[in-house]
Design a protein around this ligand. Structure first.
Ligand code: ADP
Ligand code: MG
Length: 170
């Protein structure tokens, strides 16, 4: 798989700015699942992974891979009638989809912050809905491309502990 370093030398500021990033490409859903699985294997309790990208970019495909990497056998689909679905694996996976929400107030009222999340991995689709309440300590995954186009998948570490996910490129 092609991968290239992009901004690996970025410094960590007091504001917890990006601590490095890497760009991957994926030419198939299976390849996106495989990238997700590598992320899932690296996940630690309390981690937050935010998935950015248009409808159909592949955020849910990537989440299926993350679940596989956590040893979860259940099929992961976008939660349609609930904001957050929970799956049991090596760590619990909390899969949050905020697509239908207007803003952070709705997200919080809907229960997207749950004390049990400190014990698991939280993956958020449509994190823009959370606005200012989005923590700086997170991994951003920015997916571009839709339909049959190849996807560009950029991993951005928001703080130093999230740098280990950039190894998912290797
Ligand atoms: P999102 O959750 O971002 O709205 P989904 O993961 O539900 O998107 O859907 C992505 C769609 O794009 C799926 O139908 C998948 O089969 C298709 N697809 C085609 N190529 C890729 C790729 N390289 N990576 C991910 N999905 C892809
Ligand atoms: Mg989705």
């Amino acid at each position: 798989m092609a991968g290239r370093e992009a901004g690996g030398a970025a410094t960590v500021g007091l504001t917890g700015g990006p601590a490095g990033s890497i760009v991957l490409t994926s030419v198939s859903p299976a390849e996106t699942v495989a990238i997700g699985a590598r992320l899932g294997r690296l996940a630690a309790a309390g981690d937050l992974v935010c998935l950015w990208g248009d409808l159909g970019a592949g955020k849910t495909q990537l989440t299926k891979g993350i679940a596989r990497g956590l040893g979860i056998d259940d099929t992961v689909n976008s939660p349609t009638f609930v904001l957050m679905s929970e799956y049991r694996g090596r760590l619990p996976l909390f899969h949050v989809d905020l697509y239908r929400l207007a803003d952070a107030a709705d997200a919080l009222a809907g229960g997207v912050v749950d004390e049990r999340q400190v014990d698991g991995l939280t993956v958020v689709e449509w994190p823009d809905r959370m606005g200012i309440v989005l923590p700086a300590g997170r991994l951003d995954v920015r997916i571009s491309g839709t339909g049959d186009e190849p996807r560009t998948i950029e991993l951005v570490a928001g703080s130093a502990p999230y740098r280990r996910y950039l190894a998912a490129a290797g």
